[in-house]
Structure formats: structure tokens, C-alpha cells
Design a protein around this ligand. Structure first.
Ligand SMILES: [Zn+2]
Length: 143
């Protein structure tokens, strides 16, 4: 069994983020169980809106892999379908040694969360949480 390790040693929890991370962490690991994968990585995602509501998504892979839906996009789409437009934090989980949201998902995170959205990830339940503002992950993202 692999041990948990710090993906990004500079990762930190911001003030006020740690309490929401607790709720998002358990929701993300729970929804990950529903992932439909053809490859090897199940991903779960939970986000919190500016009103404190939580939405989740898992990855859904298609035989034509260009149609794959990533967990982050799934969660954001579910949020929009429920009538919300603003997220403040997004939490991604996968048992994978190195990962962050991909560039396409970062586009969606910037679209509805903006540069101050907190982006966190974790590779095992209860493990180290890496947490950054979207603008820290992509400081030159066009605005
Ligand atoms: Zn992605």
C-alpha cells in the first residue's frame, strides 16, 4: 500500500477554507465511488458555491475518450443545472501520485470561480490536502 505524501510542499490551507474542506473532502470521496472509468483513475470532486451549497461530480469516461467528462466539469455542470453560478472552493480527489485539475477544468474553474477560487486536491482519504487559489496555479491566466 502506498503511503500518502505531500504533492506540493507549498500547499496550505487558507483561513476559512479548512472547515469547508472537511465537508468537501467526504463528499468528494463518496461521489468518486460512482466514477465510470475505462482507464485506471477514478476521480471525485465536490465544490462549494458562494451560498454554501455543495455539488459533486465524478469522472465519466466514454469509449470514445474525447467525450470523457472530468469530475470537476461534472460538478460545475451540476451546479449550473441547479441554478447556481458562483463557486468559491473546489476539492478534487484521486488515488494518483501527481495530479491537479487539467487545463480544461481550470478553464471552467476560472469561468465560475474566478482567480480567488480555492482549488484543493488530495490523494487518499484523510491525507495531505494541497490547496491553492486558482490564480496561484495559473498566475498568467487571461482575465
Ligand atoms: Zn479535467
Amino acid at each position: 500500500m502506498e503511503t500518502c505524501w505531500v504533492i506540493c510542499p507549498g500547499g496550505k490551507l487558507g483561513d476559512g477554507v479548512s472547515s469547508s474542506n472537511v465537508a468537501l473532502e467526504s463528499a468528494a470521496w463518496a461521489v468518486r465511488e460512482n466514477a465510470r472509468i475505462l482507464g485506471s483513475t477514478s476521480v471525485g470532486c465536490a465544490l462549494m458555491t458562494s451560498t454554501g451549497d455543495v455539488f459533486t461530480g465524478c469522472n465519466v469516461e466514454h469509449q470514445y475518450r474525447s467525450h470523457d467528462i472530468h469530475a470537476e466539469t461534472n460538478a460545475i455542470s451540476t451546479m449550473v443545472a441547479a441554478g447556481h453560478r458562483s463557486l468559491v472552493a473546489i476539492f478534487v480527489v484521486a488515488e494518483r501520485s501527481r495530479f491537479t485539475p487539467c487545463g480544461s477544468c481550470m478553464d471552467w474553474i476560472f469561468e465560475f470561480g474566478g482567480p480567488d477560487c480555492t482549488v484543493s486536491w488530495q490523494r487518499c482519504p484523510g491525507g495531505q490536502i494541497s490547496s491553492f487559489k486558482a490564480s496561484e496555479l495559473m498566475p498568467y491566466y487571461p482575465r
